[in-house]
Design a protein around this ligand. Structure first.
Ligand SMILES: *Cc1c(COP(=O)(O)O)cnc(C)c1O
Length: 457
């Protein structure tokens, strides 16, 4: 029985028991000494703090979510005041100001053909919504032979089964689930040589030509069967920070038009200033049919996502109640008012601070400083896109489940945590993706520490 007076020892053992129950994501729970999860007590700006007061630079924005830095006062204020007013209401048959404000505020930042928005809770559900919307939309316009999806090799779109089905089969052991997955055809695109610091000028033409031929033959083969084609514009993040060509994206858009395929842009990682522009798509001429947003939407404060669609898609779902055409999808927390309020406060910062200006300054500082990593003999393919810097460890090809590749990433992760920097390499790929509000000097200092750590590895 729980007593009324808990002694400090009780609390310690309770904490110990509770922690042993927690099953962590992407984690082998049969862990060794080094791998106990680190307690974080509080966070502020670009830094996390342990209970002992150890200060850690959040070099990956807490899984790419936290664009304005942690515990931004304007976001925490929006959260608290909305919570006191309206915490939640079901979204079928009800609506509220925070959701309405969010749609109209965000719309001005998006490609203007996107005029309707469906709310859900996280990146994976935004992708599920997009896939179901594309498929049902094709069915309802009579293109019933379109039952497959197209996607890029190395793509990552989330961990629910629909999203896994359009991700790279070799990533994160997705292959295991193949009997459960939807039908997907995959296209390979080349990396963009312009993103590499000190690249050779003459690589580009042959890369673009090869991509163009691959895109065209892919669509000639599969275009008629595809309901939608999903991709992460300009950079495949979880797939290894693979930066690819805007021209190739434009060719895919063109082919989608030729074959009546809905183009789904997954900007869950790239949105909200991460690549130097509001969307990565803003660096191209492409307007997608469907757009998925999440991670940066509330700057990592609360889970929330949106799937935007065109009038043409929205109209395919209109009919009488008996027509069976409605989009019958929803989640308990759809359009949560507190999350919407935080997203509104986050968007206001894009005007007030202004965030895109900071993102561009940080992008320049990153390219200059991260670029110096190309001097390191262990590294290759040192590249940047906006505020994302990446590089690969040489001569260690990360095969599926390859232990050596995991070891180098874990080694550098542990070593840098001790030095007060959070990086979490994916296989043999080392990267930085700091909050956009990071001070340039903080970023320079972090890269300096990373370089020194690499020297002693
Ligand atoms: C993280 C991510 C997702 C999945 O989002 P969750 O919120 O983790 O479910 C989908 N697509 C991309 C590009 C992502 O980076």
């Amino acid at each position: 029985m729980k007593s009324h007076q808990e002694s400090p020892q009780d609390l310690v053992s309770q904490k110990h028991r509770g922690q042993k129950m927690i099953w962590h994501p992407f984690t082998q729970m049969k862990v060794g000494e080094h791998d106990h999860p680190l307690f974080i007590e509080r966070a502020e700006g670009s830094f996390l703090f342990t209970p002992e007061g150890h200060k850690i630079f959040d070099g990956i924005s807490s899984w790419w979510t936290c664009i304005h830095g942690h515990s931004h006062p304007k976001l925490t204020h929006a959260l608290a005041s909305q919570a006191a007013k309206l915490d939640h209401v079901m979204f079928a048959g009800f609506t509220h100001d925070p959701a309405i404000e969010l749609c109209s505020r965000l719309h001005s930042w998006l490609p203007q053909n996107l005029s309707h928005c469906f709310f859900s809770d996280d990146g994976s559900t935004a992708v599920e919504v997009a896939l179901k919307m594309a498929f049902q939309g094709q069915q309802q316009r009579g293109l019933t032979h379109k039952y497959k999806f197209g996607a890029l090799h190395h793509g990552y779109h989330g961990d629910t089964l629909g999203a896994v089905g359009v991700g790279e089969p070799g990533n994160f052991y997705a292959e295991l689930f193949s009997p459960l997955l939807l039908k997907c055809e995959r296209l390979s695109v080349a990396e963009d040589p312009r993103r590499i610091v000190h690249h050779q000028e003459n690589d580009l033409d042959s890369v673009l030509e090869l991509d163009r031929i691959n895109v065209q033959s892919f669509f000639a083969q599969f275009g008629n069967e595809l309901a939608g084609f999903i991709l992460e514009p300009l950079i495949q993040c979880a797939g290894g920070m693979r930066m690819w060509c805007p021209e190739t994206l434009e060719e895919i858009r063109h082919q989608c038009d030729q074959y009546d395929v809905f183009l789904i842009a997954d900007e869950i990682a790239t949105g909200f200033g991460r690549t130097g522009t509001f969307l990565a798509l803003d660096q191209t001429t492409v307007q997608p049919d469907i757009l998925c947003l999440s991670k940066g939407l509330t700057s990592g404060v609360l889970p929330l996502s949106m799937t935007w669609a065109t009038d043409a898609i929205y109209d395919l779902f209109l009919g009488t109640s008996e027509s069976g055409k409605a989009f019958l999808h929803g989640h308990s927390f759809t359009g949560n008012p507190i999350a919407c309020s935080v997203a509104n406060a986050s968007l206001k910062l894009f005007d007030e601070e202004p965030v895109l200006h900071k993102s561009q300054t940080l992008s320049d500082v990153l390219r200059t400083n991260w670029g110096t990593l190309s001097e390191m003999p262990q590294l290759t393919n040192v590249r940047t896109l906006g505020t994302i810097g990446a590089a690969n460890f040489k001569s260690m090809n990360p095969g599926p489940g390859e232990t050596k590749s995991a070891t180098i990433g874990q080694q550098i992760h542990r070593k840098l945590l001790k030095e007060g920097i959070l990086v979490r390499p994916i296989g043999t790929m080392l990267y930085l993706m700091p909050p956009l509000s990071t001070q340039p000097d903080t970023l320079k200092e972090a890269i300096f520490v990373i370089k020194n750590a690499l020297k002693t590895l």
